[in-house]
Every structure is written in C-alpha cells, then in structure tokens.
Ligand binder design. Structure first.
Ligand code: SF4
Ligand code: SF4
Length: 164
C-alpha cells in the first residue's frame, strides 16, 4: 500500500508565523472526477481539524454570498462556486482559523500537486516547508493527535473539542 502524507499543522502554523511567505504548496486529492470545485488540502484540513466549529458561526453569518455552511458533522464547507473572495470570514473569525490562501481561485487542476499521483506526492513533500510534511506507513492514531483527512493524507493537529 502506498505511503501516506502526514502534515503537522502545528509545525506548519509555526513556520508560517516565522515566515509569512511560507505555506503548504497547493495540493488536492480527488480520486473521483466528481469534484465540487478545487480546494486545497490546507483548506480541507483547517476546516476539519483546526476550526473550533463555533455553534453560531460568525463566518457563516458574515458571508455575503451564502458560500459557507456546515455539513452534518459541523465542519464548515466553502462552496467555491459562490465564494467571491471578499475575505470577510477571515476577518471575523475570532480564532484566526482561516487563511487568505484559501481564496485564490484556481480552475486549472495543473496548478495543484495531484496527490493521487505518486510522482506528484514526492514533489509535494519536497516543496513543503522543512519538517512539516513527511511520508509515513502509519495509520490514524488519535492518542498521538493524528487524524485521517482522506485515504492519502493524515493530519496531526490538536483538536479544540476532543472526541468522547
Ligand atoms: S471570502 Fe468567500 S466564504 Fe468568505 S465571506 Fe467572502 S464570499 Fe463568503
Ligand atoms: S468563526 Fe472561525 S472557528 Fe468559528 S466556525 Fe468559523 S472558521 Fe471555525
């Protein structure tokens, strides 16, 4: 079985604070052609694991385009076809969860590393800020704060609300 990508969100955020030019290279993982707009791994990971899932989410309330909604698990989803990149949600989020990188509109899949492609995976890992992304044979491990984003990507982050 192919190795998985492990992204350490704490190290990544620290690297981004120290050098604002750094971020995760844009990468997507869409094994199906039924994609709902191109979204980066960074956006998917941030909404799933870093976002505090506010009950009365101000980001949803402020959005002038009704582009944000919660899925059945309370995870924010951004509809790329509606989002007008005003960044009001970035400004209002009290926890600084969102990043302006989310709102660059790419319609061209060639601008993303394709994580369904093994060669692109190697290039992606090399292009990431040092020490933030590794390849691993490990699986999801909640005691170690490692969670599965999809079958190819593991995320290490410290969830605000832990599972019971
Ligand atoms: S950037 Fe997009 S999702 Fe955020 S408030 Fe503006 S339209 Fe809504
Ligand atoms: S306001 Fe920020 S922390 Fe709260 S739900 Fe929206 S993105 Fe998540």
């Amino acid at each position: 079985m192919a190795r998985k990508i492990l992204i350490d969100m704490t190290k990544l955020r620290s690297a981004m604070v120290e050098d604002s030019a750094l971020t995760l290279p844009e990468a997507c993982y869409y094994p199906s052609i039924n994609i709902n707009g191109l979204k980066t791994i960074l956006e998917l990971a941030t909404f799933r694991f870093t976002c505090r899932k506010c009950e009365d989410a101000p980001c949803i309330g402020v959005c002038p385009a009704d582009a944000l909604e919660k899925d059945d698990n309370g995870v924010i989803e951004r509809h790329t076809n509606l989002c007008v990149s005003c960044k009001s949600c970035v400004t209002i989020c009290p926890f600084g969860t969102m990043m302006t990188h989310f709102f660059i509109h790419h319609r061209n899949k060639d601008l993303f590393y394709d994580l369904t492609d093994d060669k692109d995976v190697e290039k992606f890992v090399k292009a990431c800020p040092a020490g933030t992304v590794t390849l691993t044979d490990s699986e999801e491990w909640h005691e170690g704060h490692i969670y599965s984003l999809n079958e190819k990507v593991l995320i290490k982050d410290y969830l605000y609300i832990t599972e019971s």
